[in-house]
Write a protein that binds this ligand. Sequence first.
Ligand code: SF4
Ligand code: SF4
Length: 432
Amino acid sequence: MAKVTFNIDRCKGCNLCVEACPKKILALSHDELNAKGFHPVEIIDESRCIGCGFCATMCPEAAITVEKEGRAEISAAMEKVLMKGNEAMAEAAIIAGCRFFFGYPITPQTEVAAYMAKRMLEVGGVNLQAESELAAISMVMGASSTGVRVMTSSSSPGISLMGEGISYLAGCDLPALLINVQRAGPGLGGIQPAQSDYFQATRSMAHGDFHIISLAPNSVQEMADLTMKAFDLADQYRMQVMILADAILGQMMEPVILRDAEKKKLPEKTWAVTGTGGRRKKNIINSLYLSVEELDKVNRERFARYKIVEEKETLFEEYMTDDAEIVMAAYGATSRICKNAIATARTKGIKVGLIRPITLWPFPKKAFQKVAQRAKAFLCVEMSMGQMIDDIRLAVGGSKRVAFCGRVGGMVPSPEEILEKLEQLNGGGVNA
Ligand code: SF4
Ligand code: SF4
């Protein structure tokens, strides 16, 4: 026997659960109003409930708990909610302990800032819409200097404006989360999805010798999970971590479980500027070194840390590569389109698989080197003119052909276009 309970005062009367219920036993109340002033949902015939949990899954307010045989199947506490990618990243950041957000609105990431404006008030945090992206990143720097978890978020042209500040963060070894919900460029470009900031995120963020860790989610769930991970990575290695998303992921809605933050043992922030109280030597946050020997030493130490990140933190997904003769490479939203193309290609007898880099820096070179021993060719699929393709070529060292399929300007490669390339490549006709 299933039991459905509602937190009536959370309900906003959106009707999603009513539509989702396969038994059609939910309805919005005609008479009752809840504390928010909405007609809340009610159950008409609980005896017909099968405990499927669809209602709870769909509820954006986590207002429904479904119990089956005395056990909570789906509950508000599990936080399985339908969310936009942009909002999931913002909520995950709050769960991870971020209480400082500084940003400037730009499409298609504005929901991150809008969500933070609402939630930071509720959790006692600080949300500030700066006068510009340069001001926002400078505020991030100030907050990070004190050891708190802090983030900013923007979209392609806005991230370019933050470049100087990101270099200063790197020069000062200050942890921070940077979100880039990419749009088409260059210049102001357009507001549609793109993956043309790959070079920027992996090798040319700004002046100076430094790297940032770049994480590329391909679902709303991963956007939430990687946001939490990003804060841990930033604190562990005193680095700047970017979530490189795009307009598709930022705007789409999917069910997501907002898990509790993992309790990792992280290094203490003994470097933070928190006031000495006369008990210790002053901490100084600085990126200016007039002694050439000292600057050389600081840079070498930073790159020794980067080496550890490359060894320990590289992430990727391998999909159907065991017998693959052609291995596709794609990240983010594009990787999902590739999986669709793989399903059709396999029915036509084309042995194809996919490597999906989850960390773009560090790039999963070893995964490509391993499959290159067997695969005949690679096909890189991107929403750009071809940027990640260079990393694949470097990884396989020219040993295999690396072809390309891409769309730009806000256009998205279709499964049919990818399939056509695969068929050509399978027949040996695609020039890299
Ligand atoms: S658990 Fe399933 S059957 Fe029961 S009310 Fe929810 S959606 Fe309907
Ligand atoms: S989905 Fe949630 S918020 Fe919407 S009507 Fe149902 S209980 Fe209320």
